[in-house]
Ligand binder design. Structure first.
Ligand code: ADP
Ligand code: MG
Length: 378
């Protein structure tokens, strides 16, 4: 049997170090789910949960969790992850998968300017996976829960005959006046983005490339040395709850906000549509890490394409009033990349060579082709 491509059994991200040799092959032995049964498995996975939020009145163990109502409004969001569609277990270590499944949900609540406080987890699995595998997923989820002070208050466990399935529902809170919707920008508002863009996509391309090389020659070790940043951005994204906090501290309430899961272009168009306005951005203002630029060059991709179309960066994209310009400038790691215009639904980019290009949800056509050529190469 071919060895599994499982690069993250290595030194990276010590906090998410895997103990398993492959998703189905724990060391030294394998515990069958049938040995514990459904209830035994649930007990085993949830026995170490300690509730952290005062709104979590009852967690795992009853027919439903109980969450306190207070003077804030409730935000709810769900994300479903399906093996082979949303993740590839040949290079996604299970702890990372658990961490990411929770992180991306917390990001959705952050994008509403709220605070995530609870999650419920639905999981579908087959006997292909041992108890140790599910435990690793939960360890990753619990780490994200601990880091972002979120309580895992319930879930459902079921069998799946077609791969692993994870559904995470997040419950958050925000004061009514604090909530930021996608619609809400005015003409002249400044478009801002946190962190840097495109790295997660570069990490994905790297993993796909190494997977292809591994398939061609299973004895070959994946070459992932020195690529920590882009790999971490792909495998272990962090929701920008810190940005929500910094904006609050600075006395800024974004006029609109969204998190970047599908790529900058697509998210800008969502803001435009919801606000019935247009937007103009400047290519030279788009923040990108040096590691992203280097990797894009080696894949012969225009780096801006990775930022516009790549997705999974989980940065926050938001608009502010021009009067908040000085305040936002004082916050580190926020870039002002453009402004809103009257041209409803039209998003444009001024390129580094001063061309005006219309953004579509897939970026723009000339570069889209080169990106697809690149993908086909993999
Ligand atoms: P019911 O039959 O009432 O749906 P379950 O037996 O599915 O109850 O669940 C029992 C308890 O365990 C509930 O509190 C539920 O929220 C929790 N639970 C079930 N599966 C999971 C899971 N995968 N992760 C966390 N909690 C779970
Ligand atoms: Mg149930």
């Amino acid at each position: 049997m071919a060895k599994k491509f499982w690069p993250y059994n290595r030194k990276y991200f010590p906090e998410l170090q895997c103990t398993m040799k492959s998703p189905v092959n724990p060391l030294p032995n394998r515990t069958e789910i049938s040995q514990l049964g459904e209830f035994g498995l649930i007990d085993y996975l949830t026995k170490n949960i300690r509730l952290q939020n005062s709104t979590s009145l009852k967690g795992v163990g009853d027919d439903a969790a109980v969450i306190a109502a207070d003077n804030r409004q409730t935000l709810v969001s769900v994300d479903v992850l399906i093996e082979g569609v949303h993740f590839d277990l040949s290079y996604t270590p299970l702890k990372h998968l658990g961490y990411k499944a929770v992180a991306v949900n917390i990001s959705d609540i952050a994008a509403m300017n709220g605070k995530a406080e609870q999650i419920v987890v639905g999981i579908g699995l087959s006997n292909r996976f041992p108890v140790e595998a599910i435990e690793e997923i939960y360890e990753g989820m619990m780490l994200a829960c601990k880091r972002y002070q979120v309580d895992l208050v319930g879930g459902d466990t079921t069998s799946s005959h077609s791969g692993l399935f994870i559904s995470v529902t997040v419950i958050g809170k925000a004061k009514q006046e604090e909530i930021c919707y996608r619609g809400g920008a005015s003409v002249g508002d400044l478009l801002c983005v946190s962190g840097d863009l495109g790295a997660a996509y570069m990490g994905l391309l790297l993993l796909e490339r190494e997977k292809a090389a591994f398939k061609a020659n299973p004895d070959m070790q994946p070459d992932l040395e020195g690529y920590d940043y882009i790999l971490e951005r792909q495998l272990k994204p962090e929701p920008r709850t810190d940005v929500v906090e910094m904006l609050k501290q600075a006395g800024i309430k974004p006029t609109s906000m969204i998190d970047i899961s599908d790529g900058l272009a697509s998210e800008i168009l969502h803001l435009c549509k919801a606000s019935s306005l247009g937007c103009r951005i400047y290519e030279d203002k788009i923040p990108m890490d040096a590691a992203t630029l280097t990797m894009a060059e080696s894949f012969r991709i225009v780096p801006t394409v990775a930022a516009l179309n790549g997705g999974e960066d989980y940065e926050l994209l938001f608009t502010i009033r021009q009067t908040d310009f000085e305040k936002v400038k004082a916050i580190s790691n926020i870039s002002i990349i453009g402004h809103f215009t009257e041209q409803s639904g039209i998003a444009e980019m001024v390129t580094t060579d001063n061309q005006l290009i219309r953004l579509t949800a897939q970026g723009w056509d000339a570069l889209k082709n080169s990106e697809e050529d690149k993908k086909a190469d993999l």
